[in-house]
Design a protein around this ligand. Structure first.
Ligand SMILES: [Zn+2]
Ligand SMILES: [Zn+2]
Length: 380
């Protein structure tokens, strides 16, 4: 079938909207009409060639849409179901068997190689190979093929247009707090970086009842936003030492810290902000080969811990519906970060994300069944 998709053909260049050919779903594939897709930082990292994803490629990995057609062996969803498309996994390795697909032994090839596991692509342009299956979906497109392991059903009355970011950025920040660090009521938590991932972490910390929630960023506007969604304290490292401020605010350090920046100096500060027995999570995508430098005696003597976190350690089949439910009950207002763009303005959406103008852009494919904008969401 003919589809419209945004294609990355060169690094640091705008995506081009093109008419492409998409194969019919294979027996184990699911065809989804994409209603809307979130723009995630990882799309830009890959567009710019910082990870080994081949081009030309259709990016996009926070897709939400409606199932159109399923292969013969698909049981999990049926045509008409409303779904979000999350990260891909193999479904068979020891991590997948333990319901920890974010740590799938094949996470990297299944998500970043942008082809099917057998090396083929379902997308082409007049016979020219275009890589698809990015994060098992390539959802910067009117239609996408995905798999049972990375499709998650959401209620048909849920606001589908805003659901896509639950599949990556929002799940990453909220899951870091709720699944990986396991922040609980009455604890203290500090997040370094207030992009969509860090702000999702703030909202999750509030939702679980953390009583001291500290947001650290150099962007004063974002700090104000963080206060509006649950931060009890904010620190701007331009004007104060983040570690000193956090130690003072908590009387000796936070129970949990989260770095979303991937910057070694910031990670060092996050660990220095921990109370004895505190845990720091890191989830930023740094260039390959980046190293971390810690104060060894401080780290060791307090029994502190540092853990890597991917996709919020989420089991998406469980966690995405949970977040959707918290949102429906008004306890997780992630839609406040969203601004909508029409699909043809996808490069503007990316530019606004990179400049910080928009916290979480979502591109709408123009085929939406849900047309009422959610409360508080803006429109570009
Ligand atoms: Zn696996
Ligand atoms: Zn992402």
């Amino acid at each position: 079938m003919k589809i419209t998709a945004a294609v990355a053909r060169a690094t640091h260049a705008p995506l081009t909207l093109e008419t492409l050919d998409l194969e019919d779903p294979r027996d184990d594939e699911i065809l989804v009409r994409v209603v809307a897709t979130g723009v995630c930082h990882t799309d830009m990292v890959v567009r710019d060639g910082l990870l080994p994803t081949p081009q030309p490629v259709v990016l996009g990995h926070e897709g939400a849409g409606i199932v159109m057609k399923v292969g013969r062996s698909v049981r999990k969803v049926a045509p008409g179901d409303h779904v979000v498309m999350t990260f891909n996994s193999c479904g068979a390795c020891p991590s997948c068997a333990d319901h920890e697909p974010a740590y799938c032994h094949e996470f990297f090839p299944r998500n970043f190689f942008a082809d099917r596991a057998d090396g083929t692509s379902a997308i082409s342009s007049d016979g020219e190979l275009v890589h698809g299956n990015f994060f098992g979906q390539s959802s910067f497109a009117s239609h996408a093929l995905c798999h049972e392991v990375n499709v998650v059903k959401v209620p048909n009355d849920a606001p589908l247009e805003i659901m896509g970011p639950l599949a990556c950025g929002v799940q990453t920040g909220a899951g870091a707090v709720m699944n990986a660090l396991k922040v609980t009521a009455g604890k203290s938590f500090a997040v370094f970086g207030t992009g969509s991932v860090g702000l999702s972490a703030v909202m999750a910390a509030k939702a679980v009842g953390a009583t001291t929630i500290i947001a650290v960023d150099t962007n004063a506007e974002r700090l104000a936003f963080a206060r509006g969604v649950g931060a009890t304290h904010t620190v701007n490292p331009k004007t104060a030492s983040a570690a000193d401020e956090i130690l003072a605010a908590t009387g000796g350090g936070v129970n949990f810290a989260l770095d979303t920046t991937g910057l070694s100096d910031v990670i060092r500060t996050a660990v220095l902000s921990l109370a004895p027995r505190g845990i720091c999570g890191i989830l930023g995508a740094s260039p390959m080969g980046s190293e971390i430098n810690l104060d060894e005696v401080h780290f060791m003597s307090g029994g502190r811990r540092l853990i890597g976190i991917v996709e919020g350690s989420s089991d998406p089949d469980v966690f995405i519906p949970l977040l959707a439910d918290l949102h429906a009950k008004g306890l997780f207002p992630f839609d406040r970060m969203i601004r909508f763009y029409p699909f043809e303005k996808i490069n503007e959406a990316i530019a606004d994300s990179e400049s910080g103008l928009t916290i979480k852009p979502i591109v709408r494919m123009g085929l939406a069944c849900f047309t009422k904008p959610p409360h508080g969401a803006g429109q570009a």
